[in-house]
Design a protein around this ligand. Structure first.
Ligand SMILES: [Fe+2]
Ligand SMILES: [Fe+2]
Length: 290
């Protein structure tokens, strides 16, 4: 047996890249500055995008996987999250060219293999991050399968609800990042990612509500899970101070409070989650800690 082949970007996404990849002005990335906070936030979000396939393991073995509506959605979802990861990784790589000469940075040519080492470094980064996961993060999915086999519909309701909260906060995070960072190429990229995140939110919401409305036990289980097990997307696999800094950047201004309340209230409209305050609580916690 030989060693595993090294897959390059062309094997993973290449001609399968979403159409919008071809319309981005990648070459202009190094021409515009970003604040340190914006770059920090962007790298965090890129890392979270690379980690998303890991979450699917919790649903493996659940009876819901018999439903092609769910498996079709998860297939599309995984591909779109991968394309987000690749787009943000490529952006960071291009932006790093500013380090060569901030006053007159070279253009970023994504077709030049000497400039585009991002795919190799992306794969290495993700491998490294998965190596560094805690025991629970690596193996918690086994407990999830056991719990899912006992709680059935309730587990699906909680999975869908936490997925919906993550997608809504991610989408809002990208809207805020685009507004605060004011980088034209990043905005082009995020304008294409944001509709995907909106769609993911809508689909997870449908999955959650279908179970929540027909099963009273699912409401109690989901309320408990959302209260005790939801934390901002990426926290846990990323150290908390990193998450706090990102949440404080996204929601830290006075006018952002109303936005945080609005998306919290969207989740509180889910059946059984009337008293949900998780998003507001996490924003307050992050602002205090940051
Ligand atoms: Fe994404
Ligand atoms: Fe998403």
């Amino acid at each position: 047996m030989g060693s595993r082949p090294e897959f390059g970007e062309s094997h993973i996404i290449g001609s399968n890249a979403p159409d919008w990849f071809h319309k981005i002005n990648w070459q202009d990335i190094p021409q515009y500055p970003l604040s340190k906070d914006a770059l920090f936030c962007l790298e965090y979000m890129r890392d979270v995008e690379g980690h998303t396939p890991w979450y699917k393991r919790h649903l493996m073995g659940h009876v819901a996987m018999k439903d092609p509506n769910i498996t079709d959605f998860l297939g599309l979802w995984e591909f779109q999250e991968l394309s987000h990861d690749i787009a943000l990784s490529r952006f960071v790589e291009g932006y790093r060219l500013r380090d060569i000469n901030p006053q007159n940075p070279p253009a970023f040519d994504v077709h030049d293999p000497l400039q585009l080492s991002s795919e190799k470094s992306r794969l290495e980064r993700i491998k490294q991050q998965r190596e560094e996961l805690s025991f629970w993060q690596k193996h918690g999915w086994m407990a999830s399968i056991l719990i899912a086999s006992i709680t059935k519909e309730a587990f699906l309701a909680a999975y869908g609800t936490i997925g919906a909260i993550n997608e809504l906060t991610t989408k809002t995070g990208y809207v805020q990042l685009s507004k605060k960072a004011k980088h034209p190429v990043l905005t082009e990229i995020l304008d294409n990612i944001i509709p995907d995140e909106s769609n993911h939110y809508a689909r997870y919401k449908e999955i959650a509500e279908a179970s929540l409305t027909k099963n009273p036990k699912a409401k109690a289980f989901t309320r408990f899970a959302a209260k005790h097990y939801w934390s901002p997307v990426g926290e846990g696999f990323q150290p908390s101070p990193r998450t706090n800094r990102v949440v404080a950047y996204i929601f830290g201004d006075e006018e952002d409070r109303a936005l945080a309340e609005r998306i919290n209230n969207q989740i509180a409209e889910f059946p059984g989650l009337e008293n949900f305050t998780g998003i507001i609580d996490q924003v307050e916690k992050a602002k205090k800690a940051a």
